[in-house]
Design a protein. Sequence first.
Lengths: 230, 249, 330
Amino acid sequence: MLLACRHITLKYAGSEKYVLKNFGFEIDGPGFHALFGPSGVGKTSLARILIGSISDYDGEIVKRRIQSILYSYNMERLPGWSNVGTHLDRITPSAKRDLKDEMVNAFGLASFCSQRFSQLSLGQKNRINLIRYLVQDFQVLIMDESLANVDEITREKILLTIKDLFPDRCFFYISHNVLEVSKFCEHIVVIRDANKQPQAHLIKGQNFSNGHPLDKNAYEKTMLEIMNAS
Amino acid sequence: MLHRRVLQFLIIYTLGLTLLLVVKYLLNLSDYVIPSPESLINTSQQVFSRYFGDVMDTLLVAIIGQVVSICLAVLVGVLGRQTTWFGSFIKVAAYNVQAYPIVAIAPIIFILLGDGFMSRLLIAAMICYFPLLLSILGIMSEPVVDVEHFYRITGRIRWQLEIKIRAFENIHKLTTVVSGSATLAMAGTIVAEFMAANAGIGYSIRIALYQSDLSRIIVALFLIGISLSVYQGLLEFSGSWVKKTWASA
Amino acid sequence: MNRRRLNPFLFIIVLMFILQFLSPPLTSAAEKLNYRLKWLFNASVVGDIWATDQGLFSEAGLDVLVKEGGPERDAIKELELGQAQFGVASADQVIRALSKGSPVVVVAQLFQINPLHWIYRSDNMKIDRLDDFKGKIIGITYGGNDETIMRTLLAKSNITESDVKLFSVRYDFTPFFTKKVDIWPCYINSQGPILKQKLADAGEGVAFFNPSDFGVKFVANSVVTSRKMLENNPDTVKKFTTALLSGWRISLDPANRDIVLETLKKYDKNTPPDILALQLDLTRDLIKPDAAVEIGYIDVDAWKQTEEVMIVQKVISSPVSVEKALQPQF
C-alpha cells in the first residue's frame, strides 16, 4: 500500500453540506491514477487534504514511503518579470536539467522559452506549468485539470511521456474526460456526491502506455464501469 | 501622460477662474472680493518668481516626506501582511491611528519640533503615510495564489519572493497610490506651512490671507497645481517605466 | 461613461456656486440683518453681545443676527456678497478694501486704542524708549497688522533690521514662554490677563508695550456697512448704529459690571470668570479711554495716520482718502 484514505469526512465551516462523507480508497503503488467525478464533488478538497492545506477533517490518511505530495492546477501562472526559460532554469535542480530539456522538447515548447508567460497560449501555459512540477522531487503529483487547455493529440503525447519518464511515481490525474481516464489510468477513483455511499469507487483502468496495445473491449468496459459508478 | 495631467489641470484652473470672474462681473464685486484680470496679471508679475521658489521649496519637502512615508509604509506593510498576531496588531493600529486628523496632532508636533523643516516634513509624511500604508497593507496581505502556489508547495517561498510577486502583480495599483499620495504630501506640507512654518507656499498663502489678497492666492494655486501635475505626471511615467522595464528584464 | 458621470456632478457644483452668490441679499427680507463680528464671542465684543442679548436691536425695530467671526471671516467681503449688512473690520482691512474699489463705509469706531500690544518680561527689561528695542528678539506676525506697526515703530526711531531680530509669530506662545523671544505681540484685553497670570504663576512679572504711546496710532476694529446700504437705508443704518453703541455704553458702564459679566459668561464659557472680569475692565479702557470720548467716535486723524503708515509700509500702493469712507451714524 502506498496511499490510503479512510473514512474521510469534511464539512466547510458554516456549511451544513458534507463535501466528503466516510470517503475512502487505497492505492497500492506508483502509477498513473485518476480522480474522476462531476464538478463540486470534492476532488479539489481531497487534493488539499492530501497536501495538508486542509487539516480540520475527520478520518485518516495513511502514506507509506511518501515524503512529498505536490498539487498543480491549470490556473497557475509564472511570475511576469522574466521569460519562462529563465524561470524553468531557476526552479530546476541542477541534477534535473537534462530531464527538463527533454520534457521541454517532448512537450513542444522549445521555441517558446524566450517568451513571457503572459504571451503564451493557454495550452502552452498548462504545459510549462506542468514541467516545473515534474522536475521537482515528489512521490505523488496531483494534476488538477493540468492539461485542460491542451489539444487532444498533444495531451496524449504528454501523458505517455510522463508515464515513460516517471514509472516509479504516483500521479492523480483530475479530469472530467471519461475516455481519457479510462484509457491512460491504472486506477480511477470515481467520486460521487457525499449523499451517496460509498462515496468512492475504485475502478481499474486500461493503463495504456507506449508499446502496449489497447484492448478496445476492455476499454469500453472500463468506461461503462465508470459511468455506472458515477 | 505628463502633458495630459498638465492639460487637465489647466482646463480645471481656467474653468474655476472663469467662474470666479463671471460671478465678479455678474454681481459687480470689487477687486477686494474677487480680483480683476488686470490685478491678477499685476500680482503674478510681482510675485511669480518668489512664489515659484516657495512652491519648489514646498514640493521638495513634500517629495522627501513622501519618500519617507513610502519607505515606512512598505516596511510596516511588509510586517503587517502576515496573518500573525503582530500582523493584525499592525493593521488594527494603522486603521485606528489614521482616524486622527493630522491638524489636531500638528500643534503638538510644532511644540516638540519647532516651526522649521522637521515639522513640515513630519506633517507631510504623516498625511500621506496612512493612505499609503492602507493600500500597501492591502496589497501585501492579499496572496496572489495562482503565482505563489508553486513556490509555497515546493517550499521555495521566502518573504522577499512573496513581496516581489505581490508588488509585481499590483504595480499599476501601487503607481496610482504613490502618485495619488503626492497630492496628499503636498497638501500636508502646505497645511503645515500654513499653520506654523516660516517658509514655503503655505506660509505665503497665509500672509496673503492676512492681507485679504485673493489674487496672490490665485497665483499660488496656479503654481501649486502646475507643479503638482508635473510631479504626478513624472511619477506615473516612472511607474509605467518601472513596469515596462521589470516586465522585460 | 466617465464623462457622463462627471458632467452632472460638475454642473451641480457650478449651479450651487452660482446660486450661492445669486441668492437675494438678506436686506430685502423685512429688515432681517446679519452683523458679522471679527472674532469669536468674548469680552472684547461685549457691547455687541449686550445689544443682542438685551434686545436693543428689537427695540429699535430691527431683526439682527449677530454672527461670530474668525480668521477665515471677512465682514467686508460678506457685505459685498450680500451675506451680511453690517460687520466689524479692522482699519487696515477697510483701507485695503478701499484700495481695491470696495464700497465700504465706516459708521462707528469701536476701539479708540488698538488692543494690539507687545508683552515682555518686566524683570529683565524695560521699554521706555524705542531705542530699547535694539538687540531684542521681537515677535511679529508676517503679513499681519503687528508687522506693519512694528516696522513703522522701528522706522520712526531709525532702527534697522540688523539692530533687532525679528521672529515669526504663531498661534502658540511657547517661544515667548521659553524666553526664545523677548517681546511678543498680543491682544492686551483678551490674551493679556491670561498671559499675565500664567507668568505670575511662574514668578515672573510682565509689562505691555503700547505703540500708540510712541506716536503710532493704528486704528483697530470699527463697524462697517456698504455704501449702498447707507444710501438706500439710512434709517436702518442709523437705528442699527445707535442700538449697537447703546449696547456698548451700557455694557461698559461700571455700574452694570456684575450683570454684564453674568451675560458674558453665557456667551464665553471657556474663559474663567476672574479672567473675564479683567478682560472686561481692559476692554473698557480701550473703547472709552477718556470720559470725554464718546463711544463710537471716529478718530479721523488716527485713520489718516493708519492710511499713511500703510502707504509707507507699501501695504497699499496709492492713497485711498480714507476720510471719505468715514461716515459716523450716531
